[in-house]
Design a protein around this ligand. Structure first.
Ligand code: ATP
Ligand code: MG
Length: 271
């Protein structure tokens, strides 16, 4: 039954699934230039803050960045489990770098920083990507800037990329976090998507699974944008549900009425 809508619209796979390759991501000029800015920052071993609301595509941009950095020159470490304390944070870092575990937070820190210096001699730039960084424990935040100090704070040996919800920026601006904040060279915030962006996104994802013509009417896309705003995750959910309903109604074009029905059902579920 689930697969019926794929057959109905002659699609080769689920268009709005999160399972999408790094090279198949939707990359409008605004995202492309963001990835270029991030890539330049990584080449300069600078640190970066990337903030935006849930579902706007922050983690997907990191995946595009991963694709843009040559594995021979960069060692990327992705940390997502940020709700742990400082010792476990460094333990995770050690594990991700393939380093031996140490018992104390101090020893773990030393292991990581020695490894970073070793990588520098091999001309490899480490990039620590901390996703969901708004959840970091304060004791980890207090310490993070020390990881950026090498050779008497004279050498940038690694890039720290902090990614999180918009409140992360507010949190880092607090006086207590100023040592870290002042070492973040670039701060990027995801702006709002325009209605045309939503249309472009939907068409791109549908084309990826074989759609050769428009499946959503212009009106339906406008309503979709109104409902989902800048959250591509919400766009995925609503657009997927609209495709399934249109297929059940044996329609080849998803029009405004289908979207209205889906949104109505969602608001009934919420109340
Ligand atoms: N550039 C893109 N190309 C294709 N799909 C995308 C892109 N950006 C986002 N998406 C879709 O939107 C979903 C949410 O994106 P993502 O996980 O990157 O959001 P996020 O900003 O990291 O959200 P959160 O703050 O909740 O972690 C993805 O699973 C994917 O389906
Ligand atoms: Mg994310």
């Amino acid at each position: 039954m689930t697969l019926d809508y794929l057959e109905h619209f002659a699609l080769s796979g689920h268009p709005f699934s999160k399972d999408i390759g790094d090279t198949e991501l939707w990359m409008p000029p605004s995202k492309q230039s963001l990835v270029e800015d991030l890539t330049d920052a990584m080449h300069a071993r600078a640190s970066v803050l990337l903030t935006g609301e849930p579902g706007v595509g922050k983690t997907c941009v990191l995946r595009a960045l991963r694709h843009a950095l040559a594995p021979a020159n960069f060692r990327l470490v992705y940390c997502q489990n940020t709700t742990v304390g400082r010792r476990d944070f460094y333990r995770h870092l050690c594990l991700a770098l393939g380093l031996p575990k140490a018992a104390t937070a101090g020893d773990l820190f030393l292991t990581v920083s020695t490894h970073v210096e070793q990588l520098a001699t091999e001309r490899v730039s480490p990039v620590f990507l901390v996703d969901e960084a708004h959840l970091l424990h304060q004791d980890t935040l207090d310490h993070l800037h020390i990881l950026l100090n090498y050779q008497w704070d004279s050498k940038p040996l690694l890039s720290l990329v902090l990614i999180g919800l918009s409140e992360l920026d507010d949190r880092l601006r607090l006086r207590r976090n100023r040592s870290l904040y002042s070492r973040i060279h670039h701060r990027f915030a995801f702006g709002a998507l325009a209605p045309d962006d939503t249309g472009d996104y939907v068409r791109t994802r549908l084309a990826r699974v074989g759609a050769t013509k428009d499946i959503f009417s212009v009106d339906a896309l406008a309503l979709l944008h109104e409902a989902a705003g800048s959250s591509l995750r919400d766009t995925d959910r609503i657009a997927g549900a609209a495709l399934r309903l249109a297929a059940r109604r044996k329609k080849k074009l998803v029009e405004r009425d289908v979207l209205t029905r889906i949104l109505q059902a969602e608001s009934e579920d919420r109340s």
